[in-house]
Write a protein that binds this ligand. Sequence first.
Ligand code: TMP
Ligand code: ASP
Length: 237
Amino acid sequence: MEKLEQIYEGKAKKVFKTDDPEVFIVDYKDDATAFNGLKKGTIVGKGSVNNRMTNMMMQLLESRGVPTHFIKELSDRETAVKKVEIVKLEVIIRNIAAGSFSKRYGVAEGTPLRCSTIEFSLKDDALGDPLINDYHAVALGVTTWEELETIKTLAFKINDVMKEFFLSVGVTLVDFKLEFGKTSDGTIVLADEISPDTCRFWDVKTGEKLDKDRFRRDLGDPEGAYQEMMRRLSEKL
Ligand code: TMP
Ligand code: ASP
């Protein structure tokens, strides 16, 4: 498969065309941003951890019946994925109160939620990814009711699979963000990444944060947290 011209560069990844019109190559960077790009930095080795963790998770999810865009890991940082049109929604699942949920609703971080929750943000950097509800998403033409139902069902299933998996490596899955895409035939599949950039991971025993909050909140040694997550995952291979 030949890597052709770059079609997109985001904050954490670049996307390239290939000689197959249905296949893109994603290339993960070490660049880290927070607060909609206001804070910038580098987490050495992040690109490789995020690429490999995402691919492990996508393969696990595929084995449990969740369709994903994953095709093949090409290198430490590069992966071939199905060409999709990204649904302009950030889908956030929460099991424990943290981050913007704690702030918005005045709930102490670490408070267990009585049920897992889902929320949506409109994927629009210029607007700061505002929170939207189901009706807004459909009214704005971001998705259809049918697609939204599929997305919700898949998101909670992903939560079930991931919660169990991370618990098996001593990690509490606090919350995470997903993105979905539509393939050429209209199928909704999981896209983007599943990594310490997009999930909150807390050590079960100590509560230590093993995710990008170490960078967002200047807690020190984000590299160590990413490597520790990868070390735990590698033990499961
Ligand atoms: P939040 O508490 O800041 O809303 O974050 C919820 C989850 O979403 C958390 O696991 C981090 C992830 N996330 C992203 O993946 N991208 C983002 O731009 C933001 C703000 C959060
Ligand atoms: N995606 C965020 C940004 O816009 C970073 C984050 O908080 O994850 O920089």
